[in-house]
Design a protein around this ligand. Structure first.
Ligand code: SDX
Length: 441
């Protein structure tokens, strides 16, 4: 792994002066400027100089790190992987090129791509003993539960790539994770069907190999449709990385203690599973099926706006995007292409588009800047590709693994890196004595 020289964040002349009204003292906090996006107030000295913590539940205004990997402009609906617009990568790049770009910082030459792709291909097989882990799960286990368990178990198999201070170990662990996630994901799917596992094939490209392991059986040849492989490639690219989202921040925090890389990725999978995050794609399809018909859309839009109703429009809204999620725009276009090429008439697509139209004309969604996000259309495409909704978030995890490992490597290579250890605003009881059980009311 090339160890990029740390680009020290640009310290600007600008600073923030805080005045402590308790004693009239002032604190000067420097402002750091990046290459794009909001500047940051460096509060690292705040506690030492003021005795106060910052307070930001959900980290809505907090930068947790410096990163050179992905940039999002939520107001303009811009997403860049190492400076390259997501629209161009989704249109022109292969997934292996995007993996190389995210990991090493530059698009690969043909030779670099071929070497990288060969290395990934030759790591797609799992240690045969890992297959035994699947038998410990109930047949009806959610595939994400299986992914959490089996990916975590990888930490017990690869002792030759766990010295995280060794760049070579980190590169091997990173390649293994990118390579083996589709194999584990496909095995989780086959396990849920009661079908035999299908081994990876070295003559197939990443997306085709994944589809083949999912849908082939020993009984007959399975040829991957180029339409589906192209759609899979685009979906993998769109989901590959997304700055400091919940699951990536989970991987960084777990990794900051020096934990085993495979265990850190398992932690990321657990976080991604939540319906507020990567689980939303599965939730969108359930929501569309529950709405069922155009005439019921107003009822659900009304529920989504009702503070007393926990129902939310799944696939809508985003912590960062206050404009269209550029991935949703590409995803909707891909939806039409895939359904058209497959000759699938999917009523849920019409329903989704009408729901989007109504929501985007509604003051509530306009004022709160709630737009469709990456999950709003992905489920419709995946269902048309024959992938069950229980596997939607698994596919998201397969795609996001490269982002997780790229961010994990960047965190470890960061000379300022230390264990992540947030503080709190304590509102519990002040110190009080132990009371014997017989003396309690
Ligand atoms: C992903 O972070 C990432 O980058 C994530 C991701 C990635 O690639 O890693 O982009 C992938 O997780 C996409 C998001 C998938 N989740 C969903 O689609 C679930 C539905 N969306 C919401 O749960 C919500 O929009 C979040 C979780 C996505 C964002 O929540 P925030 O930023 O914490 O915003 P919020 O909950 O504070 O909402 C702001 C307001 C609230 O109203 P008020 O309290 O201000 O009156 O908007 C409302 C919310 O009630 N609101 C919604 C809504 N989303 C927010 N109301 C109805 N339906 C919704 N979907």
């Amino acid at each position: 792994m090339n160890t990029p020289q740390k680009a020290a964040a640009g310290a600007s002349e600008v600073s923030f002066t805080l005045t402590d009204s308790r004693n009239g003292e002032t604190i000067e906090l420097p402002v750091l400027a990046g290459t794009e996006g909001p500047q940051v107030i460096d509060v690292r000295r705040l506690y030492a100089e003021s005795g106060c913590f910052t307070y930001d539940p959900g980290y809505t205004s907090t930068g947790s790190c410096e990163s050179r990997i992905t940039f999002i402009d939520g107001d303009k609906g811009i997403l860049l992987y190492r400076g390259h617009p997501i629209e161009e990568l989704a249109e022109h790049a292969e997934y292996m090129e995007v993996c190389y770009l995210l990991l090493y910082g530059e698009l690969p030459t043909q030779d670099q791509k071929d070497k990288f792709e060969k290395n990934i291909t030759y790591h797609t097989m799992l240690h045969e003993q890992l297959a035994y882990f699947f038998r410990g799960f109930r047949r009806d286990s959610h595939p994400m539960a299986v992914m959490c368990g089996v990916v975590g178990a990888l930490s017990a198999f690869y002792h030759d790539s766990t010295d995280i201070s060794d760049p070579k170990h980190r590169m091997v662990a990173s390649h293994r994770l990118i390579a083996k996630m589709p194999t584990i994901a496909a095995m989780a799917y086959k396990f849920s069907l009661g079908q035999p596992f299908v081994y990876p094939r070295n003559d197939l490209r990443y997306s085709e190999n994944f589809m083949h392991m999912m849908f082939a059986t020993p009984c007959e040849d399975y040829v991957v449709s180029p339409v589906l492989a192209r759609a899979m490639r685009r979906i993998l690219i769109l989901h590959a990385d997304h700055e400091q989202n919940a699951s990536t921040s989970t991987v960084r925090l777990a990794g900051s203690s020096g934990a085993n890389p495979f265990a850190c990725i398992a932690a990321g999978i657990a976080s991604l599973w939540g319906p507020a995050h990567g689980g939303a794609n599965e939730a969108v399809l359930k929501m569309l099926e529950e709405i069922g018909s155009m005439d019921r859309i107003p009822e659900y839009v009304k529920r989504a706006k009702d503070k007393d109703d926990s129902f939310r429009l799944m696939g809508f809204g985003h912590r960062v995007y206050k404009n269209f999620d550029p991935r949703a725009t590409v995803m909707q276009k891909t939806c039409h292409e895939v359904l058209g090429e497959l000759g699938v008439n999917e009523p849920l697509l019409e329903l989704a588009m009408e729901l989007e139209r109504i929501a985007l004309e509604d003051d509530y969604f306009v004022e709160k800047k709630l737009y469709p996000n990456v999950d709003f259309y992905s489920g419709i495409i995946l269902r048309a590709m024959g992938i069950p909704s229980s596997m939607f978030t698994v596919l998201f995890a397969v795609a996001r693994t490269v982002g997780w490992v790229a961010q994990w490597n960047e965190m470890i290579e960061d000379p300022l890196q230390k264990i992540g250890r947030p503080r709190q605003l304590y509102t519990g009881p002040s110190q009080r004595p132990y009371v014997r059980i017989g003396d309690r009311e």
